[in-house]
Structures are given as structure tokens and as C-alpha cells.
Design a protein around this ligand. Structure first.
Ligand code: HH2
Length: 258
């Protein structure tokens, strides 16, 4: 899954794709590099980010989706109205970082369109989630949450087969929490749905390189984490550097399952 943030402030590529033509061109490039789908988002969820209005989110994403018709697109939104418009414009998957807790209408919209859904774990809200996140057992708590949200999504009429789950790397988690989730990913795989991992360029990767103030991580660090997440059962990777991930994961797959 290639990332296309149509925002002025996303933490690793904010501003790069704020113009619709540039964003659509980036998306096409990611697809040509081997992405199975591109994830288009109009609202940054980086730590500390403020929300944007429905109108502003639509203003950002609609022109991009219009340029990507016929291509595999995922819409990164928690808003039913934005998701509905994106699905009408051909998006296939709704990537909801609130796991259907943000907008009571969203589950129905996904069900009505027969779309795929990604349910992600987040502790707290983007504005404050990195202020002292705490867990007794982060993996057990994330697994319980994802299982519960999966049951809820199915109760909204979305088939289980259409749903993938995501531990939400960086969403209300310390560096240690993030790496423990990856280390014990098999416990999330055991829920029985495909696991999506989004660690690409995240600040935890920069922090373990020795910069406690790091805002992002490098491509090389992203690849190292992705390969081991793959070995532990992750099957969808939300990444900024598609070509490099396709190469690294192709090599990893050759080792794991010849
Ligand atoms: N991470 C980000 C945004 N959306 N969706 C899922 N399912 N999983 C993730 O890990 C995830 C996500 C944050 O990363 P990015 O898109 O690079 O930045 P921003 O939220 O600032 O746009």
C-alpha cells in the first residue's frame, strides 16, 4: 500500500502532494513501482495534528481521486461523508484509523458500498496520543481491541473477509510499545484476519538510531522493520518507498517460502 498524503502537514511527506496533479502523479508512480493499492488521505493524523473539516478533506481528496479513476485506491479517513464520496469515485478500501469509533455512519457506508475496511488501533486522539501512553500488556490490549472492533464491524454488515487489522504503530504508543507489537505480531495474526503494518518512516525508527527528537525514520530502517514484520505474518505494508519495499519483501519471501 503506497502512501499519498494530500496534506500540508503529514509527518514525512507533508506538503509534497498538496496539489492534486502532483498527488495523482505520485500515486501513479507508486502503482508503477508495484503498490497493490494507494492510500489517499486528506487529514494528517501525526501526533499533535488538529482535525480538518469535511469540506476541507473533500476539497483535498476529490480532485486526486478523480484523476485516479480505474486505479486501486484506498481512502484514509474516519468520516462517513468523505468515505462515501471516495467510494463513489472508485475507492475500494476505507482505511479508518479510529476503527469505526469516529463516525457512527461510517460502518454503514462501507457495508452499503461493499468496500474493504482496515481497522486500526489507537490509544487516545492524535492531538494528545503521545502524552504518556500506557498499557499493562500492549499486545494483549491491542489484540483484544482489534477483535472487539472486528466483531463490531461485522455487526454493521461488513463481511469479515473484507476486513484487515492494524496495530497502529505510533498511535498512542512509545518506541518500546511499537517494537513489542512487531516482535509479537503473531498474536495479532492469530485473530485470523490479514495484518497491515504502517511503520514506514515513523519516528520510532529515527529514535532508535539515537535521536530522541527524531520526527521520521529513514527508508533503510523502514525496510528492516518491514521484513521482520513480514516474517512474523504481516501481509499488507503501508509505505512511502514502494520500490524499495517491493524489492526487500520479494527477497524476504524468497527466503521464507521458496
Ligand atoms: N499511519 C498514518 C496514517 N494512516 N493508517 C493505517 N492503517 N496505519 C498506519 O500506521 C497509519 C495510517 C500516519 O502516517 P503518515 O500517513 O505518513 O502521516 P500523516 O498521518 O501525518 O498523514
Amino acid at each position: 500500500m503506497g502512501v499519498v498524503n494530500v496534506t500540508p502537514d503529514s509527518f514525512s511527506d507533508g506538503g509534497v502532494n498538496f496539489d492534486a496533479d502532483t498527488a495523482a502523479t505520485s500515486a501513479q508512480r507508486l502503482l508503477a513501482e508495484g503498490a497493490a493499492i494507494v492510500d489517499v488521505g486528506g487529514e494528517s493524523t501525526r501526533p499533535g495534528a488538529e482535525g480538518v473539516s469535511v469540506d476541507e478533506e473533500l476539497r483535498r481528496i476529490v480532485p486526486v481521486l478523480e484523476r485516479l479513476q480505474g486505479q486501486p485506491v484506498s481512502i484514509d479517513t474516519a468520516k462517513a461523508e468523505v468515505a462515501g464520496r471516495a467510494l463513489e469515485l472508485g475507492a475500494e478500501l476505507v482505511n479508518d484509523v479510529t476503527a469505526l469509533r469516529g463516525d457512527p455512519e461510517l460502518g454503514g457506508v462501507v457495508a452499503d458500498h461493499g468496500a474493504y475496511l482496515c481497522l486500526m488501533h489507537m490509544q487516545g486522539k492524535p492531538r494528545t496520543m503521545q502524552h504518556d501512553p500506557r498499557y499493562d500488556d500492549v499486545v494483549a490490549e491491542v489484540a483484544r481491541f482489534l477483535d472487539e472492533r472486528l466483531t463490531f464491524a461485522v455487526s454493521q454488515g461488513i463481511p469479515e473477509e473484507a476486513i484487515c487489522l492494524d496495530p497502529g504503530i505510533g498511535f498512542g504508543k512509545t518506541v518500546e510499545h511499537n517494537f513489542e507489537l512487531l516482535r509479537r505480531l503473531d498474536e495479532l495474526v492469530a485473530i485470523g484476519r490479514p495484518i497491515l503494518v504502517g511503520i514506514s518512516r515513523k519516528s520510532s525508527l529515527g529514535k532508535i538510531m539515537g535521536d530522541p527528537e527524531a520526527k521520521t525514520g529513514t527508508t533503510a530502517a523502514s525496510l528492516g522493520a518491514a521484513v521482520l514484520a513480514y516474517e512474523r505474518g504481516a501481509s499488507i505494508f503501508r509505505v512511502h518507498d514502494v520500490r524499495e519495499h517491493v524489492e526487500a519483501l520479494t527477497a524476504a519471501r524468497a527466503v521464507v517460502s521458496p
